[in-house]
Design a protein around this ligand. Structure first.
Ligand code: FDA
Length: 395
């Protein structure tokens, strides 16, 4: 295929969004080519969800996404919803289960989702070229010219599905942002999200006995809180509640940690005082919290005496400390471990129904490269499916 016989569409990036888009775009009968510089398609799908891919969420709705325009996701999400993707998974006889909070995972392997997408592409005739690095693109005479390892390919439509910057080791390049800038689109500042938070040496020293300890917590950053697990690590804090809050945290902000958010801690401590009054306060707290965390707070609060010695006021003070623990992260682990990239191609420059650029007809941006970031829990893949489908059907 050369300039005289252009492709109907070239899609750059064989990740979740690009594969979905290729399968859908080829249904119109035009020649569709999907390019990726990796040696295998869907590498992030393969490693996602601990190898089982959290492919969508039962409760997916626009509120689960962060974007400068929170309404932007509505059209694509409603026209290709979690139920549409669940139908597709069922049609391919992939066994799945709900783990928690509506998060759907494959029973067996994330590779089944990659196989599903490849089968869909094969059925509609979309072509896949791997080990194909796109170095540059240009537009003239109503065609996009795509430079792939020295070859020039031409297409009437171009879809950029190159993802964000997270996990550069797996092929993330940020290439899509340069294409957007080249065509005059605005970029919303990017930053690592769904990422562990790090702390200064003083806090790390203070928490040095705790790596490996996990505890249910509600973590709030910038007024948005998430109740899930919290994990202490050698670098700082991780676990789902921290990853979620990291998408809202900004440098110099504190995070607020409420330990055991489902429990009425004051009532529990009063019960323990009644039933185990002769236990030391520290040992009593270890009946509520992991032992190392109870020891940490006993030291921090300089707790003395037995449970029976404690007044209601003293118990209340302990509860206040456990439920409003303020910490100041110094940073994040960065793109090296971030699950996603916050920010990206501004939604102000894209049509929300088709993901086509408003100022450059036939140029589309889909998936994570766009300024749409989902919460942890299958939302980012749902955005990839929905936006990929929306562009694919529009082409
Ligand atoms: P994606 O990054 O998947 O694909 C982009 C593709 O473009 C890549 O294949 C890359 O090689 C290619 N590319 C880049 N530059 C190129 C160039 N110049 N030329 C050619 N090709 C180029 N989400 C979720 O909903 N549930 C989950 O369970 C998880 N789990 C998870 C675990 C881990 C460890 C990570 C890092 C991320 C997740 N995510 C997730 C997030 C999810 O993986 C992510 O949001 C989607 O993969 C984004 O899909 P895209 O297709 O937009 O980009």
């Amino acid at each position: 295929m050369n300039k005289q016989h252009p492709y109907h569409a070239i899609i750059i990036g064989a990740g979740a969004a690009g594969m979905m888009c290729a399968a859908e775009a080829a249904k119109s009968g035009g020649k569709v080519l999907l390019l990726d510089h990796s040696k295998s398609p869907g590498e992030k799908i393969r490693i996602s969800g601990g190898g089982r891919c959290n492919f969508t969420n039962l409760y997916c709705s626009p509120e689960n996404f962060i974007s400068e325009n929170p309404h932007f996701v509505k059209s694509a999400l409603s026209r290709y919803s979690q139920w549409d993707f669940i139908d597709l998974v069922n049609r391919h006889n992939i066994a799945w289960h709900e783990k928690t909070l509506g998060q759907l995972f494959c029973d067996n392997s994330a590779k089944e989702i990659i196989a599903l997408l490849l089968a869909e592409m094969k059925a509609t005739g979309a072509e896949l070229q791997l080990n194909a690095k796109v170095a540059s693109v240009s537009h003239s005479n109503s065609l996009f010219h795509v430079n792939v390892d020295g070859r020039e390919l031409a297409a009437r439509n171009l879809v950029v599905a190159t993802g964000g910057k997270s996990i550069p080791k797996m092929g993330a390049t940020g290439f899509g942002y340069s294409v957007a800038s080249q065509f005059g689109l605005s970029l919303v500042e990017t930053r690592p999200a769904l990422v562990p938070l790090t702390f200064g040496d003083d806090v790390k020293k203070e928490l040095s006995d705790l790596p490996g300890v996990s505890v249910p917590a509600r973590v709030t950053a910038n007024k948005t809180g998430f109740s899930e697990g919290l994990l202490f690590t050698h670098r700082g804090l991780s676990g789902p509640s921290i990853l979620q809050a990291s998408s809202y945290w900004r440098e110099t902000d504190p995070i607020e940690v409420q330990l055991l958010p489902e429990e009425d801690l004051f009532a529990r401590l009063k019960d323990l005082r009644g039933e185990h009054g002769r236990k030391s306060l520290a040992n009593g707290m270890a009946m509520l919290l992991p032992a190392k965390l109870a020891a940490y707070f006993s030291d921090k609060l300089k707790l003395h005496g037995n449970l029976a010695d404690q007044s209601d006021k003293a118990l209340r003070e302990i509860v206040d400390t456990l439920t409003a623990w303020q910490l100041f992260p110094t940073g994040t682990e960065g793109y090296r471990t971030a699950e996603v990239t916050l920010g990206g191609v501004s939604t102000a420059d894209l049509n929300s129904q088709s993901l086509e650029c408003k100022t450059q007809p036939s140029l589309y941006f889909i998936g994570e490269v766009v300024d749409v970031t989902g919460w942890l829990g299958g939302f980012n893949f749902q955005w990839a499916w929905s936006s990929g489908w929306a562009a694919g059907t529009a082409i």
